[in-house]
Each structure stands twice: as C-alpha cells, then as structure tokens.
Write a protein that binds this ligand. Structure first.
Ligand SMILES: NC(=O)c1ccc[n+]([C@@H]2O[C@H](COP(=O)([O-])OP(=O)(O)OC[C@H]3O[C@@H](n4cnc5c(N)ncnc54)[C@H](OP(=O)(O)O)[C@@H]3O)[C@@H](O)[C@H]2O)c1
Length: 341
C-alpha cells in the first residue's frame, strides 16, 4: 500500500509529468504512483546506508564476543567500513591480536576490553570500563553502535543440565538486557544510535536438547522488537538478527559431542563473514527482525505454519537421528509415543 501522504505527493508528480492523460485511467495512475514510491524507498535506504558510512569516521562500535566466530567477523566488516571498535570477550590475547590487525588493515582505532559476561554485574562493569576509554585525540569514547553478539549454547537434557544453564542464561539474556539499557539510554539522550542483538532461528520454536538456549533466543527476539518500538521515536534503531547454522566453534563450545551433528551443522552452515555482512547491513539500514539467508528465511516462514508442539516433536526426532541417542522410549522399553503436544 502507498501511504496516503506519499501517494498524494506522487500523484501530483505524476500529474505534472503526464498532464494529458485522462484522470479516468486510475489503475494506471495507482501503479505508476506505487512504482515511484518503491523507487523512492530504495533510494532512501541506499541514502541512509551511505550517510551512515560517511559519518562514521569518528564513530565507535562495541562488539561483545568479538574474539572468535561471528563477533570477530562483525568486527572485520565494521572495521573495513571505518568504524572504531571496542572489542570484548574473555580471551585477552585473541582480542589484542585482532585489534592490532584491524588497526593495521583499516587505520581504525580498536581497543580490547576483557569481560566474562556470564558473571553477575559484568555488563555494568563493562559499561563503566567503556566510559573510561579515550580515543587517540584524547576525546571520550562514545558508543554509537552496540552489537550484543556474545552467546553460547548448552546441549543436553534440560533436567540433567539443571543449574548449569544459569551462567549461559546470564550471558544470553541478562548481559544483553543490561547493555541495551545502559548504552541505549545514552543513545536515547543523544537521539541517535544502533543496537544489533544476535538471536537465532531457534527462537521460533521450542528446541529440545537446546531448550534453555532456544528459549533465551526467543527472549532476545521479543525484547529487541519491543525495545525497537520504544526507542524508534528517539532515533535509535534496534535490530535482531536470526542466523541459522553458522560455521564457527559454537557446537563444540556448547557441548555437542556428536560428530554427525557437527558435520550436519557445518555442511548446512553459512560462513560467518557472510552472516556478519548481512546482519551489519540490515542493522545500519534500520531493519527490525532479520533472517539471514534465503534458506533460513524460508525455514522461519515455514515454521510459522506448523503448531509449535508438532514442530518441537519433529526437532526432537531430528536431534535423536543426528546424535544417535537412544530415544526415551527405547530406554524405557515402552511402546508409547515419545513426545505429545
Ligand atoms: N554458530 C551458530 O550456528 C549460531 C547460530 C545461531 C545463532 N548464533 C549466535 O551467534 C552468536 C555468536 O556465536 P558464534 O557462533 O560466533 O559462537 P562462538 O564461535 O562460540 O563465539 C562466541 C563468542 O562469544 C564469546 N564468549 C563466550 N562466552 C563468553 C562469556 N562468558 N563472556 C564474554 N564473552 C563470551 C567468545 O569469546 P571468549 O571465549 O574469548 O570469551 C566468542 O568470542 C551467539 O549469540 C550465538 O548464540 C550462532
């Protein structure tokens, strides 16, 4: 649909361009107006990306989980676009080496900050440390773009994992929530900013054997989209990217032992650099929920068509098949259906 105000503008342009065409050709007019509207929308998007890339010379981005995997690639993409970077994770050496590489390759400033975001109060400490940083000219570092990427999974049966899931939940939920609040408030005051939260395709349905991880990503999706509405009037753009499998060490770090599962995830995974490029571009152009890649977009769309109970039962079967686990039915020697809605 063409919004009322825009369509009026476009119709007046149309009239001035084609004064001799009879007003009775209304279908023709509407089609032309909507075509002009599409062209204007594409132009606006390109212009907003251009103006972000032109103005970012002195801009700073904070990326969590930047020592490896997707976070490292996001750092490379933004470094190549001229953003100055504050990179954080637990591995000091990896961060320092990446900062050196980015400064050398792109002439940007890159500063490492070590933090374990699964610890209580770590996000607040990170915010405090970040405010204490100075750039080369002696000015205070002001974060205009926050990328909440750090996250980990925890593979296994929910009841067996028990409280072992708590540090992961602090990393995947509490830390990004705190960082969004702290940096988001500053952005709101400045009437400008971008927040990119890395979610996952698993947010769209219950995910057996990644139960608390999947649920943490559902939280991130809904939180991001709600925050987006709250901050939009203040010029702050909040996005949530939902990748599917990515070729990183995520499975190993999440305790997936099955070689078959890892091979499957690697084979179907996207390269981290490609995911990073798509996510950054979408965030800077102000998109809300971003599925990464055609196959993942189709999966996200398809998963909306099925009842959640059925979807989670299918996923449980798939994990059993991939990991070679005994099903609960086999364990119990019963012949009842394994999972009911
Ligand atoms: N890989 C996938 O298939 C996939 C799919 C969908 C969504 N995602 C999401 O994408 C994001 C990045 O995942 P990835 O695949 O790049 O995983 P990864 O290769 O395991 O990298 C995780 C990053 O987070 C950091 N990190 C882990 N625990 C941390 C902690 N306690 N405190 C601070 N930093 C910590 C790690 O650095 P240190 O070890 O140095 O701390 C590393 O830089 C995550 O949010 C994940 O949920 C991944």
């Amino acid at each position: 649909m063409v919004p009322a105000r825009d369509s009026e503008v476009f119709l007046s342009i149309y009239k001035s361009l084609m004064p001799d065409v009879s007003p009775s050709l209304s279908l023709h007019r509407v089609l032309t107006a909507s075509l002009l509207h599409r062209i204007a929308a594409i132009h606006k998007r390109c212009f907003s990306l251009y103006s972000v890339s032109m103005k970012n010379v002195l801009r700073w981005v904070l990326i969590t989980g930047a020592s490896d995997g997707l976070g490292r690639e996001i750092a490379r993409v933004l470094g190549s676009k001229g953003w100055n970077l504050v990179l954080t994770a637990r591995s000091r050496e990896k961060l320092e080496s990446l900062c050196r590489d980015l400064a050398r390759d792109h002439g940007v400033e890159a500063l490492p900050l070590v933090a374990d975001l699964s610890r209580e109060g770590a996000a607040e400490q990170l915010y405090h440390d970040c405010r204490g940083l100075w750039d080369r000219q002696g000015g205070a570092v002001t974060v205009s773009f926050l990328v909440n990427n750090a996250g980990s999974g925890l593979f296994g049966e929910g009841v067996e994992l028990g409280s072992r899931a708590f540090p992961m939940l602090r990393l995947n939920i509490i830390a990004p929530t705190s960082l969004c609040a702290l940096f988001g408030r500053d952005m709101k005051d400045r009437r400008e900013g971008w927040i990119l939260n890395i979610g996952s395709l698993t947010a769209n349905q219950p995910t057996p054997f990644f139960a608390s991880y999947g649920a943490s990503k559902s939280y991130i999706r809904n939180y991001s989209l709600a925050l987006r509405q709250e901050l939009a009037p203040f010029g702050v753009k909040v996005s949530c990217a939902q990748p599917g499998f990515i070729r990183t060490n995520f499975d190993e770090n999440s305790g997936v032992k099955s070689e078959r599962y890892r091979r499957f995830s690697h084979k179907n995974g996207m390269p981290a650099h490609r995911v990073a490029k798509i996510a950054v571009r979408a965030a800077l152009s102000g998109r809300g929920l971003v599925n990464i890649g055609i196959a993942n977009t189709f999966t996200a769309w398809f998963s909306k068509l099925l009842p959640l109970g059925l979807l989670s039962a299918i996923l449980a079967r798939a994990v059993f098949a991939l990991t070679g686990r005994e099903t609960a039915r086999q364990k119990l020697g019963e012949d009842k259906p394994l999972i009911k809605d």
